[in-house]
Design a protein around this ligand. Structure first.
Ligand code: F6R
Length: 243
């Protein structure tokens, strides 16, 4: 394994969430007004719960950070319970008092202009100190799907069929899943000073192996993280079973 990657293998989802929250809180405590990048999905929910608890116990204070989210469906209304804006408010931002939060606007009239403005906002804060990532079973990070070419900066992208299928579990029917998203690009993610990637469950085992040990290929977008200077990966025993 490359020296710029740190791997923590832990027993289960709770241990992964706790470890991730501790690493993240330490980074926030070192820079309480820094910029931090968030992901949505099932994986980080436990981590966000642990961070909320840590703030209640005065072990950290997230209220002064600037938050950037990786992605948002397009089109979607911010107050739609399936939106990532809604997810972040529910799972982290409201209880921890994070008000300087940025999420690509799923209601923007011009998605392209929204992407450019979002990228500008990230760089105007001096860049992201630590970016949290989940990983798709196809190796996507954010909504950067496997492809021959990847996009560098925040972009308006179609979702892969596999992603629509996998995310349809959260919608009333697969037809309700938006077909597009606004996502930070590979460059936007790679510019974060530190990356914290979480994976839980057997469905992630093979893609985690390819991410860490496989060839660097745009067909596994997460494999590009091998080129980042400071990546921490936390996996539970099911996700680690092919390592
Ligand atoms: C979410 C995101 C996605 C998810 C990935 C894994 O903001 O960017 O890349 O991290 O789809 O999702 P879960 O955690 O639901 O398995």
């Amino acid at each position: 394994m490359l020296k710029n990657l740190t791997l923590h293998k832990v027993t289960n989802y709770e241990a992964m969430s706790q470890k991730a929250a501790e690493i993240f809180a330490e980074a926030v405590n070192a820079n309480p007004t820094g910029s931090f990048g968030f992901a949505t999905g099932s994986t980080p929910i436990g981590m966000y719960k642990a961070l909320t608890q840590m703030q209640k116990n005065s072990q950290t204070n997230l209220s002064k950070i600037t938050a950037f989210n990786l992605d948002e469906y397009y089109p979607i209304k911010a107050n739609d319970p399936q939106s990532y804006a809604y997810f972040m408010a529910e799972h982290l931002f409201t209880e921890t008092g994070i008000t300087k939060s940025h999420i690509p606007n799923g209601e923007a009239k011009d998605p392209q202009a929204e992407c450019e403005a979002y990228e500008q906002k990230i760089s105007s804060t001096g860049g992201i100190d630590m970016q949290i990532l989940g990983i798709g079973t196809n190796g996507h990070i954010g909504f950067n799907e496997p492809a021959q070419n990847l996009l560098a900066t925040t972009s308006y992208v179609p979702l892969a069929e596999a992603t629509i299928e996998s995310n349809s579990r959260l919608f009333a029917s697969p037809d309700d899943v938006p077909r597009h998203a606004l996502t930070m690009g590979i460059h936007s993610i790679m510019m974060a000073k530190r990356i914290l990637l979480l994976a839980s469950g057997a469905s992630k085992a093979e893609i985690i192996r390819q991410t860490i040990y496989g060839p660097i290929t745009t067909q596994v977008p997460a494999s590009l993280l091998q080129l980042h200077q400071d990546v921490t990966i936390i996996v539970d025993s099911d996700a680690a079973k092919n390592l």
